[in-house]
Design a protein around this ligand. Structure first.
Ligand code: KIV
Length: 332
């Protein structure tokens, strides 16, 4: 199954999924691209690192993106080596054709395990036109079988066979000794694979061979909507979600800060709170600060110009992210 991030990879490993592919499908599934073609080596490297950090047992395979291999062999070996050496993947996958047979041999020679990907190759979308079933005539089926044998001979440890007739996948599986993982290739293979977002119901386009096993999208919609509503009706945050500290002398500071920040609206901390103004009890006049769209808020904060992150907000962003990861890994 594919995964592109640490929490998902941890979920797959917990479920005992044998192999995790950090697919270039990350392009459509996570990065907002229309196809896998724009995905870069840096992007795959980053997602591979995240998956590796969250797993101990599952085999992590980095999927080599379009144009990271196939033109220059030395460069391709370096890109593949980076996934193993710097990101900790245990193997790489490439979309395979006659041009990847020798590359497979070279990679295996230097100690990089290779999964070859036959049948539908989405990186060839501009050539084949769309993502339809492949190997549907006898010549194409024959070529696919030959490529399977050539990649086995070159040292590939497994084949991924995508979107071909089940009988073609069966013939290939019977003709070679390495495992075949099918995605849209029927039941007569060594193992099955799917793209995680299709499995979880998060994709906006689902291939005909996939089955949805959960409806995560509707859970996400629900969670976000509930958060928004609870903030709007002021039932979040509630006691227990925050603290108010009694700090000697802070009342005065808070009062003058409120005055100097908003002289025209003269917002003042209420004396009843006895501490720094909370967003709810600390305002006089209107019960809450006015709500407005995020973009309008940014514009106003920037004196009417378009939003530019300040040095402070940039460093705050940088410093929050690692702690989120740390919190996650502690929970595992
Ligand atoms: O990138 C990907 O997710 C793939 C699928 C066919 C598994 O290659």
């Amino acid at each position: 199954m594919t995964a592109y991030d640490a929490p998902t990879a941890a979920t797959l490993e917990k479920a005992g999924i044998d192999m995790i592919l950090v697919g270039d499908s990350v392009g459509n599934a996570m990065l907002g691209y229309d196809s896998t073609l724009p995905v870069t080596v840096d992007e795959i490297a980053s997602h591979t690192g995240a998956v590796v950090r969250a797993t101990d047992e599952s085999l992590v395979i980095a999927d080599m993106p379009f144009m990271s291999y196939g033109a220059d062999t030395d460069e391709a070996i370096e890109h593949c080596g980076r996934m193993i050496k710097e990101e900790g993947a245990q193997a790489i996958k490439h979309e395979s054709g006659p041009h990847t047979v020798e590359l497979t041999e070279r990679l295996v020679d230097v100690g990089i395990p290779v999964m070859a990907h036959l049948g539908l190759n989405p990186q060839r979308v501009n050539e084949v036109g769309d993502l339809t079933r492949q190997a549907t005539d006898s010549q194409a089926a024959r070529e696919t079988l030959d490529l399977a044998k050539q990649h086995e001979e070159a040292g590939a440890f497994a084949l991924l066979i995508e979107h071909v007739p089940a009988n073609v996948a069966k013939t290939i599986s019977e003709a070679i000794d390495i495992p075949t993982i099918g995605i849209g290739a029927g039941p007569y293979v060594s193992g099955q694979g799917l793209i995680i977002t299709d499995v979880l119901g998060m994709g906006d386009w689902v291939p005909p061979f996939a089955e949805q096993f959960a409806d995560v999208q509707s859970e996400m919609d629900k969670g976000v909507e509930q958060f928004k509503q609870r903030v709007k009706d002021e039932s979040f945050p509630r006691e227990g979600h925050y603290v108010e500290e009694s700090v000697e002398g802070f009342n005065e500071i808070a009062r003058s800060a409120a005055l100097s920040c908003c002289p025209t609206t003269a917002r003042q901390p209420s004396s009843s709170s006895g501490n720094a103004p909370s967003h709810r009890s600390g305002w006089t006049g209107a019960s809450n600060p006015p709500r407005t769209s995020g973009l309008a808020m940014c514009r106003r904060a920037q004196g009417g110009t378009s939003y530019q992150p300040t040095a402070r907000s940039r460093s705050r962003l940088r410093s929050t992210r690692p702690s989120v990861l740390v919190a996650h890994s502690r929970h595992r």
